[in-house]
Design a protein around this ligand. Sequence first.
Ligand SMILES: NC(=O)c1ccc[n+]([C@@H]2O[C@H](COP(=O)([O-])OP(=O)(O)OC[C@H]3O[C@@H](n4cnc5c(N)ncnc54)[C@H](OP(=O)(O)O)[C@@H]3O)[C@@H](O)[C@H]2O)c1
Length: 232
Amino acid sequence: MNARMSRAIAIIGGTGPAGTGLALRWARAGETIIIGSRDAARAQKTAETIRSRIGADAQVSGMENPAACAASDLLVLTVPFEGQAALLKQLKPAIRPGSVVIDATVPLAASVGGRASRTLGVWQGSAAQQTAELVPKGISVAAAFQNVSADVLSGDEDLDCDVIVCSDDPNATQVAMELAAKIAGVRAIDGGKLENARIVEQIAALLIGLNMRHKGHGGIRITGLPDNAFMR
Ligand SMILES: NC(=O)c1ccc[n+]([C@@H]2O[C@H](COP(=O)([O-])OP(=O)(O)OC[C@H]3O[C@@H](n4cnc5c(N)ncnc54)[C@H](OP(=O)(O)O)[C@@H]3O)[C@@H](O)[C@H]2O)c1
């Protein structure tokens, strides 16, 4: 299954490498993208850069994060861990009832001046579980995309990796898997409950260490599972 999304994808923190890379891939797949930022001009500039790469037909706009939340019920969160909680508290009134939030945040120790190849302990268990605690009641959270390199996303080649989606809500899992499967070369797999995001976030730190040590842009592939375990 790889149905076209019927709604815009609002990327909160979409001006950074991770959000911009995802936006580029989804815009290329024909999706409507809203780049969110703390600064409307920065969001618009990023949107313009993406349009210039994909073509004038690309449906990409930019606005401040609260306006992006108000404009879509499909939010992708790509901000550094150190800004995540404060931003979500600020955005809470703007998040539409019934929204799905897909969180790519990794709680890297670099957030507090430590190493990018280590993670911080998060009281809730993971960055994604912290998000679930901070969004309004009734909002579904899925964790995904933590292990996809922004450097690779920003290129033109198909990716060569799997995206593990974790959520307590089957609808959020489905939506996140469909989004992942829209990226050429990515297979999406249901990784179980949101609490498993803790493990997936840790893998991101491991990958950062591997990429530094071996000078690459490694991702993950799951082997040994039946083909129908994956969405692509
Ligand atoms: N880079 C990767 O390869 C990669 C891959 C997978 C997952 N991730 C995760 O995805 C998230 C974003 O990664 P990134 O590399 O794109 O990060 P980033 O460049 O540090 O930040 C992304 C955007 O977040 C906004 N931001 C920065 N500090 C903020 C704060 N204190 N409060 C609110 N907004 C803030 C900024 O946008 P404005 O200034 O325009 O508001 C910035 O452009 C991180 O949690 C990272 O661990 C990254």
